[in-house]
Design a protein around this ligand. Sequence first.
Ligand code: SF4
Length: 423
Amino acid sequence: MPMPVRSLPVAQNWDCSGCSACCRAYHVPVSAEERKRIDAQGWEAEPDLRGVPYFVAGRDGHRLNHRPDGACVFLGADNRCRIHAKFGSPAKPLACRVYPFLLVPAGDHWRLGLRFACPTAAEDQGRPLADHLPEAREYAALLEADTPAAVNAPPVPLEPGRVIPWADLLRLAAGVAGLLGDTALPLERRWRVVLKLAELCRGMQLDGGVNPKRAVTGNRLTEMVKALGRAAAEETPDAAEVVPPGRTGRLVFRQLLAVYVRKDHGPEKGSAQRGPLGRIAAAVRFARGTGKVPKLNSLIPDGATFAAAEGPAGGLSRQADALLTRYYRQKVESLQFCGPTNFGVPFWDGLVSLALTFPAVLWLARVLAAGGTDRDEAVTRAVRVVDDNFGYNKLLGLGRQKWALRLLAGRGDAARLVAWYGR
Ligand code: SF4
């Protein structure tokens, strides 16, 4: 019996609009069984597929092949998947079926979210996410067969060695999502309150320490998170009182930005990283943070400068605030910021990594707006670019990135970056 799938309290809509962005942007992994199935579908009868390899072997196994124009070899001229059209959804690779759903294992159930890398998810178009539960249940059963360890997996630790039960972890997440959803405050301030809450909670023995009987659990934990949230709000200064991020914090942040904006394949593939020398030159320019922004992503306008991303932008419009609030509430409530869906980082470190996507989005939105893109549209595009990487780009899972997170949080630069780019 597969674990149940739970949708989230945050309102979110989605339906496939057939834009085909995912069939052009991603390298889709295929298992041996999927290759066998697709090989047996008789595609050699299609003139354009005759003699074309359907799969490409790589370091991590096989993936679907792409045409010279960048689209998957099975994408039809009508922007529809030919495997789906001819044999139905179950005939496609699992990765194609599941995208852009996010199914996060939470002990005895899966939590259902969406990847905002999908334009329709970012734009909140289509039916309520809860209407997709039947198909999500089907995918969850397939994922369970694929990764049985997800079933009844141990809870994600709050920090190394400190573990509380899943139900309490979800209470903490609900408390954080509540703070992020309190639209009475600007979002940059809400994020700084959450970072302060994380700072207050780190090192607290919520698990009871050596005496599990002293663990803070159930309603007591909910009340405690509320009280700590109020204390964090009182201790969070106005944005005008926050000093700008320090030199080291900015340097580390720009290295994170270089990972978030870089696209190596698909329609948004950049041109600056061609060849090892190009990659080194781009890394050096991000480290310096002066002059033109290397075009690591085709969306970066020609001639965009680092300086253009540093001026005040006047805060968020109502539309941009609604998009980002929905995005962050969903990330937190689905737990897609820690544990197996974010390179195994503990709960509090995962929250810091999610908080840093806020200045990353607003840095990129400034760069895009400087090139003439409408500011709200720039924020939407920036969310898509950043979400494409968050929890998925393996570079973000490297030890040096985890070290950078702790450095930015420990020096107070994470909150300063939030305030600086949120202004
Ligand atoms: S197999 Fe179909 S759904 Fe998957 S990437 Fe190719 S065209 Fe898109």
